[in-house]
Design a protein around this ligand. Structure first.
Ligand SMILES: NC(=O)c1ccc[n+]([C@@H]2O[C@H](COP(=O)([O-])OP(=O)(O)OC[C@H]3O[C@@H](n4cnc5c(N)ncnc54)[C@H](OP(=O)(O)O)[C@@H]3O)[C@@H](O)[C@H]2O)c1
Length: 168
């Protein structure tokens, strides 16, 4: 299955200067548990915003138009078009998580069958927003889990899970 997973604030903000605008360990734990042992796809800007840190236990695909872009880590695959990603995906049996940023979520919108959308109940400063034209009307909410703040997590957030509505 191809699944979107991301976190946004109350105004749809997802990034600031190629980084996440907040630090929320409980939300990171949800991301880790949901994507563990699967495949995650991210844009080159997001990867570099993470200082090219490779998340353990997962295969990472990095999308770039730069044919010279390389990674020495065998768990990192560099790909150059959505078609190359989809051709690879259909030849294996893991789920593919589209993790962002905004460009990459927009590119794969029509492929997504399931969404994990975290809404952080706060307004931050930043420069990258979840695609405003994304059509949530094609999905239905199947669960909502509210997380309270605590000593390690300064903001409340809700994880909303959506399934694509089957067309008759
Ligand atoms: N809140 C969240 O859950 C979340 C999740 C992920 C990311 N983010 C944030 O989002 C921000 C980055 O988002 P972004 O939209 O600016 O960048 P991005 O989606 O991470 O990466 C964009 C890059 O992807 C490559 N690309 C785009 N379309 C392509 C195509 N058709 N074929 C091949 N490569 C393609 C290009 O790389 P080249 O320029 O190398 O060609 C492009 O510059 C950061 O602040 C990051 O922290 C937030």
């Amino acid at each position: 299955m191809i699944i979107g997973i991301w976190a946004e604030d109350e105004q749809g903000l997802i990034g600031e200067a190629d980084k996440m605008p907040w630090s929320l360990p409980a939300e990171q734990k949800h991301f880790k548990e949901t994507t563990m042992n699967q495949v995650i796809l991210m844009g080159r800007k997001t990867f570099e915003g993470m200082n090219k840190r490779v998340l353990p236990g997962r295969i990472s695909i990095i999308l770039t138009r730069d044919e010279t872009y390389q990674s020495e880590n065998e768990k990192v695959l560099i790909m150059h078009s959505p078609k190359e990603v989809l051709d690879w995906y259909y030849k294996q049996d893991k789920d593919l998580f589209i993790t962002g940023g905004a460009e990459i979520l927009a590119l794969f919108e029509s492929e997504l069958e399931l969404l994990y959308r975290t809404v952080v109940h706060e307004k931050f400063q930043g420069d990258t927003y979840f695609p405003t034209h994304f059509d949530f009307g094609k999905f239905k909410v199947v669960s909502e889990i509210f997380h309270d703040k605590d000593e390690r997590n300064a903001y409340t957030f809700t994880i909303k899970k959506y399934e694509k509505v089957k067309q008759p």
